[in-house]
Design a protein around this ligand. Structure first.
Ligand SMILES: [Zn+2]
Length: 289
């Protein structure tokens, strides 16, 4: 983690000074300049900073979250790390939050757009919480919209409030470069995309594939996503759904590397942010976009 965070040598996170000494007994560094917080650990300025949990538990937790194909439940993490389920839940959520992709380049070329309903969310929930999720979609279901770039084979997921034209097309226009080839089914929510895109429509009432006109790749992703949600998680509250989406998207997008590659990439994005958890949740209050 130290090598990933400071590839050119350890620097003071407060003033940027490169002259620091390692205090072996405290397992901390000390900046040669005199200022407040001159002693620091590798956790300072990262999402791990304001947590009492040590890195020997955080790092294996990151490894598990980024590498378990169908996602990992807080019960499994708790058992593996010897922490309470509540602590494990908190750790996994913090990791997922940090895995959210920050800046985003627009997709281009050939892009599949589709939406799906995630059902059964209310099943294992307490009564008073169930009330909260009505109105998120058909019969308490959450709606997820996905864009899949065929060339890079990467997905972008959005938890959307409805399937109206304006909602769906706003996301397409935000994340897909004008002039690209966009592939959708015949759903009316996508009518009008041909103003800005080469819009290819596959009418599932007639057939599923017509040459390269299909939405098979995003639909394969949906089945992967649903398998993960059903098989692993006891319940996903809509409020937290976007974090699971981010996690699944990350794992899918990084699927070609090894477990160690995924771990390094996740760690780079986690510690590269150098923002604490409080800042992270303050800056990203909602995942709708
Ligand atoms: Zn300093």
């Amino acid at each position: 983690m130290v090598a990933l965070r400071w590839p050119d040598g350890v620097r003071c996170p407060t003033c940027g000074n490169e002259t620091v000494s390692f205090l072996e007994h405290q397992e901390r560094w000390q900046c040669s300049k005199k200022h407040p917080k001159r002693q620091f650990s590798a956790k300072v300025g990262t999402i791990f900073e304001d947590s009492p949990i040590a890195l020997d538990k955080w790092l294996p937790a990151v490894w598990e979250v980024v590498n378990c194909k169908n996602g990992i439940s807080s019960y499994e993490t708790a058992r593996a790390l010897g922490v309470t389920q509540k602590t494990a839940w908190f750790m996994n959520h913090r990791i997922r939050l940090a895995m959210q992709t920050g800046s985003f380049e627009k997709m281009a070329g050939e892009v599949e757009a589709d939406e799906t309903f995630i059902g059964g969310l209310a099943r294992n929930m307490h009564k008073d919480k169930k009330a909260k999720i009505t109105g998120t979609g058909g019969a308490g279901k959450a709606i997820v919209m996905g864009l899949l770039d065929r060339h890079s084979a990467k997905v972008r997921l959005m938890h959307v409030p409805n399937t109206q034209q304006e909602t769906l097309q706003t996301h397409v226009r935000r994340y897909v470069q004008g002039g690209s080839y966009v592939f959708t089914d015949a759903f009316a929510g996508y009518h009008g995309l041909d103003q800005d895109y080469v819009h290819n429509v596959i009418d599932h009432a007639e057939r599923y594939v017509d040459g390269n006109v299909h939405t098979n790749k995003i639909e394969n992703f949906w089945s992967l996503l649903k398998r993960g949600l059903k098989g692993t998680y006891v319940s996903v509250e809509p409020f937290h759904l976007f974090r699971y989406l981010d996690e699944q998207a990350f794992r899918f997008n990084e699927r070609k590397g090894t477990d160690a590659d995924r771990f390094s990439n996740a760690m780079r994005s986690i510690i590269g942010r150098r923002v604490t958890y409080k800042k992270l949740i303050g800056e990203r209050p909602s995942a709708a976009a």
